[in-house]
Design a protein around this ligand. Structure first.
Ligand SMILES: Nc1nc2c(ncn2[C@@H]2O[C@H](COP(=O)(O)OP(=O)(O)OP(=O)(O)O)[C@@H](O)[C@H]2O)c(=O)[nH]1
Ligand SMILES: [Mg+2]
Length: 191
Protein backbone atom coordinates (compact mmCIF):
# COMPACT_ATOMS: atom_id res chain seq x y z
CA UNK A 1 0.00 0.00 0.00
CA UNK A 2 1.24 3.48 -0.82
CA UNK A 3 0.29 6.34 1.47
CA UNK A 4 -0.86 9.17 -0.73
CA UNK A 5 -2.48 11.41 1.82
CA UNK A 6 -2.76 11.85 5.54
CA UNK A 7 -4.43 14.50 7.59
CA UNK A 8 -5.27 15.28 11.17
CA UNK A 9 -9.02 15.22 11.67
CA UNK A 10 -9.54 16.02 15.33
CA UNK A 11 -8.77 15.38 18.98
CA UNK A 12 -11.36 14.08 21.38
CA UNK A 13 -11.70 13.36 25.07
CA UNK A 14 -15.33 12.26 25.00
CA UNK A 15 -17.39 9.97 22.85
CA UNK A 16 -19.59 12.81 21.65
CA UNK A 17 -16.50 14.39 20.09
CA UNK A 18 -15.38 11.37 18.05
CA UNK A 19 -15.52 12.08 14.31
CA UNK A 20 -18.59 10.85 12.49
CA UNK A 21 -17.37 8.96 9.46
CA UNK A 22 -17.49 5.45 8.01
CA UNK A 23 -13.76 4.83 7.97
CA UNK A 24 -12.31 1.88 9.76
CA UNK A 25 -10.11 2.99 12.62
CA UNK A 26 -6.86 1.38 13.68
CA UNK A 27 -5.73 2.38 17.16
CA UNK A 28 -2.24 2.59 18.62
CA UNK A 29 -1.87 1.54 22.24
CA UNK A 30 1.21 1.22 24.40
CA UNK A 31 3.26 2.69 27.18
CA UNK A 32 3.96 6.36 27.25
CA UNK A 33 7.10 7.12 25.22
CA UNK A 34 7.07 3.79 23.35
CA UNK A 35 6.71 5.65 20.04
CA UNK A 36 3.01 5.61 19.10
CA UNK A 37 2.97 9.13 17.69
CA UNK A 38 6.30 8.57 15.95
CA UNK A 39 4.86 5.40 14.42
CA UNK A 40 1.97 7.34 12.91
CA UNK A 41 4.33 9.95 11.51
CA UNK A 42 6.62 7.38 9.93
CA UNK A 43 3.78 5.31 8.50
CA UNK A 44 2.39 8.46 6.90
CA UNK A 45 5.84 9.75 5.90
CA UNK A 46 5.22 12.98 7.74
CA UNK A 47 7.59 14.70 10.13
CA UNK A 48 5.12 16.17 12.55
CA UNK A 49 1.61 15.06 11.79
CA UNK A 50 1.34 13.64 15.32
CA UNK A 51 3.13 15.39 18.16
CA UNK A 52 6.19 13.63 19.51
CA UNK A 53 8.21 14.36 22.63
CA UNK A 54 11.10 13.05 24.70
CA UNK A 55 8.93 13.74 27.75
CA UNK A 56 6.44 11.06 28.67
CA UNK A 57 2.77 11.84 28.46
CA UNK A 58 2.86 13.93 25.29
CA UNK A 59 -0.38 12.63 23.83
CA UNK A 60 -3.22 13.28 26.26
CA UNK A 61 -6.29 13.02 24.05
CA UNK A 62 -7.51 10.67 21.34
CA UNK A 63 -6.25 11.91 17.99
CA UNK A 64 -7.73 10.85 14.67
CA UNK A 65 -5.74 10.86 11.42
CA UNK A 66 -7.36 10.09 8.10
CA UNK A 67 -5.14 8.19 5.67
CA UNK A 68 -5.66 7.87 1.90
CA UNK A 69 -9.30 8.88 2.43
CA UNK A 70 -9.66 5.19 3.21
CA UNK A 71 -8.99 4.52 6.87
CA UNK A 72 -8.04 6.22 10.08
CA UNK A 73 -5.06 5.85 12.41
CA UNK A 74 -5.87 6.73 15.99
CA UNK A 75 -3.22 7.91 18.42
CA UNK A 76 -4.04 7.19 22.05
CA UNK A 77 -2.37 8.50 25.19
CA UNK A 78 0.10 6.08 26.74
CA UNK A 79 0.06 4.31 30.09
CA UNK A 80 2.68 3.53 32.69
CA UNK A 81 3.73 7.11 33.19
CA UNK A 82 4.65 7.40 36.88
CA UNK A 83 4.21 11.11 37.36
CA UNK A 84 0.44 11.24 36.95
CA UNK A 85 -2.09 11.66 39.72
CA UNK A 86 -4.76 9.10 40.64
CA UNK A 87 -7.37 11.41 39.15
CA UNK A 88 -5.49 11.58 35.85
CA UNK A 89 -5.10 7.81 35.80
CA UNK A 90 -8.81 7.40 36.35
CA UNK A 91 -9.74 9.77 33.56
CA UNK A 92 -7.24 8.05 31.24
CA UNK A 93 -8.82 4.68 32.10
CA UNK A 94 -12.29 5.95 31.39
CA UNK A 95 -11.25 7.50 28.09
CA UNK A 96 -9.52 4.29 26.95
CA UNK A 97 -12.39 2.08 28.09
CA UNK A 98 -14.93 4.17 26.25
CA UNK A 99 -12.92 4.26 23.04
CA UNK A 100 -11.72 0.63 22.98
CA UNK A 101 -14.98 -0.73 24.33
CA UNK A 102 -17.58 1.30 22.50
CA UNK A 103 -16.20 2.63 19.25
CA UNK A 104 -18.00 0.95 16.37
CA UNK A 105 -15.48 2.11 13.78
CA UNK A 106 -12.61 0.45 15.62
CA UNK A 107 -11.46 -2.41 13.41
CA UNK A 108 -7.98 -3.21 14.67
CA UNK A 109 -5.64 -2.45 17.52
CA UNK A 110 -1.86 -2.24 17.35
CA UNK A 111 0.01 -2.81 20.61
CA UNK A 112 3.41 -1.15 20.57
CA UNK A 113 6.19 -2.45 22.79
CA UNK A 114 9.71 -1.12 23.21
CA UNK A 115 11.98 -3.74 21.65
CA UNK A 116 14.61 -3.18 24.34
CA UNK A 117 12.42 -4.11 27.28
CA UNK A 118 10.50 -7.10 28.49
CA UNK A 119 6.76 -6.36 28.31
CA UNK A 120 5.63 -4.85 31.61
CA UNK A 121 2.69 -5.91 33.74
CA UNK A 122 0.77 -2.96 32.27
CA UNK A 123 1.55 -4.24 28.76
CA UNK A 124 0.23 -7.69 29.64
CA UNK A 125 -2.91 -6.24 31.19
CA UNK A 126 -3.49 -4.09 28.10
CA UNK A 127 -2.94 -7.05 25.78
CA UNK A 128 -5.51 -9.10 27.68
CA UNK A 129 -7.89 -6.16 27.81
CA UNK A 130 -7.76 -5.73 24.04
CA UNK A 131 -8.40 -9.45 23.57
CA UNK A 132 -11.33 -9.29 25.98
CA UNK A 133 -12.84 -6.54 23.84
CA UNK A 134 -12.85 -8.92 20.90
CA UNK A 135 -9.80 -7.60 19.04
CA UNK A 136 -6.78 -9.61 18.04
CA UNK A 137 -4.05 -7.02 18.55
CA UNK A 138 -0.99 -7.15 16.40
CA UNK A 139 2.26 -6.31 18.10
CA UNK A 140 4.87 -3.88 16.85
CA UNK A 141 8.27 -3.71 18.55
CA UNK A 142 9.51 -0.15 18.34
CA UNK A 143 12.97 1.46 18.38
CA UNK A 144 14.66 -1.43 16.55
CA UNK A 145 17.42 0.98 15.50
CA UNK A 146 18.67 0.86 19.08
CA UNK A 147 19.51 -2.86 19.03
CA UNK A 148 21.81 -5.21 17.14
CA UNK A 149 20.39 -7.90 14.91
CA UNK A 150 20.87 -10.76 17.37
CA UNK A 151 19.29 -8.71 20.17
CA UNK A 152 16.30 -8.01 17.93
CA UNK A 153 15.90 -11.73 17.31
CA UNK A 154 16.05 -12.44 21.04
CA UNK A 155 13.42 -9.83 21.76
CA UNK A 156 11.11 -11.10 19.01
CA UNK A 157 11.35 -14.65 20.38
CA UNK A 158 10.69 -13.45 23.94
CA UNK A 159 7.58 -11.47 23.02
CA UNK A 160 6.21 -14.26 20.85
CA UNK A 161 6.54 -16.70 23.69
CA UNK A 162 5.24 -14.39 26.40
CA UNK A 163 2.14 -13.32 24.47
CA UNK A 164 1.74 -16.57 22.57
CA UNK A 165 1.95 -14.93 19.15
CA UNK A 166 2.94 -16.30 15.76
CA UNK A 167 3.78 -12.94 14.31
CA UNK A 168 5.35 -9.74 15.64
CA UNK A 169 6.58 -6.77 13.67
CA UNK A 170 9.92 -5.07 14.16
CA UNK A 171 9.85 -1.35 13.55
CA UNK A 172 11.92 1.80 13.69
CA UNK A 173 10.53 5.26 13.16
CA UNK A 174 14.08 6.44 12.75
CA UNK A 175 15.13 4.34 9.77
CA UNK A 176 11.80 2.97 8.55
CA UNK A 177 12.51 -0.69 9.37
CA UNK A 178 9.29 -2.69 9.11
CA UNK A 179 7.22 0.07 7.54
CA UNK A 180 6.40 -1.75 4.28
CA UNK A 181 5.56 -4.97 6.04
CA UNK A 182 3.24 -3.22 8.47
CA UNK A 183 1.56 -1.30 5.65
CA UNK A 184 0.86 -4.63 3.93
CA UNK A 185 -0.57 -5.97 7.17
CA UNK A 186 -2.82 -2.93 7.54
CA UNK A 187 -3.94 -3.20 3.93
CA UNK A 188 -5.00 -6.79 4.58
CA UNK A 189 -7.20 -5.65 7.47
CA UNK A 190 -9.10 -3.00 5.53
CA UNK A 191 -12.63 -3.75 4.35
N1 LIG B 1 15.62 5.81 18.25
C1 LIG B 1 14.29 5.82 18.17
N2 LIG B 1 13.58 6.71 18.90
C2 LIG B 1 12.22 6.68 18.80
C3 LIG B 1 11.53 5.74 17.97
N3 LIG B 1 10.21 5.96 18.11
C4 LIG B 1 10.08 6.98 18.98
N4 LIG B 1 11.27 7.41 19.40
C5 LIG B 1 11.52 8.52 20.37
O1 LIG B 1 10.85 8.21 21.59
C6 LIG B 1 10.30 9.39 22.19
C7 LIG B 1 8.80 9.20 22.39
O2 LIG B 1 8.15 9.11 21.15
P1 LIG B 1 6.59 9.40 20.97
O3 LIG B 1 6.24 9.00 19.56
O4 LIG B 1 6.25 10.77 21.41
O5 LIG B 1 5.98 8.34 22.02
P2 LIG B 1 4.43 8.09 22.40
O6 LIG B 1 4.26 6.62 22.54
O7 LIG B 1 3.54 8.77 21.43
O8 LIG B 1 4.34 8.76 23.85
P3 LIG B 1 3.04 9.38 24.62
O9 LIG B 1 2.37 10.32 23.70
O10 LIG B 1 3.63 10.03 25.81
O11 LIG B 1 2.17 8.21 25.01
C8 LIG B 1 10.67 10.53 21.24
O12 LIG B 1 11.85 11.15 21.73
C9 LIG B 1 10.91 9.82 19.90
O13 LIG B 1 11.82 10.53 19.07
C10 LIG B 1 12.32 4.83 17.20
O14 LIG B 1 11.83 3.97 16.45
N5 LIG B 1 13.69 4.92 17.34
MG1 LIG C 1 2.13 10.20 21.69
Amino acid sequence: MIIKSSEFIKSAYHKKDYPSHDFMEIAMVGRSNVGKSSFINKMCNRKSLARVSKEQGKTVSINFYEVNHQFCLVDLPGYGYAKVSQAEKASWGKMMETYLGQRENLGAVILLLDIRHKPTKDDMVMFEYILSNGYDPFVVLTKADKLKKYQIEESVARVKELLDLKEVFVFSSKDGTGRDEILDKIEGLLP
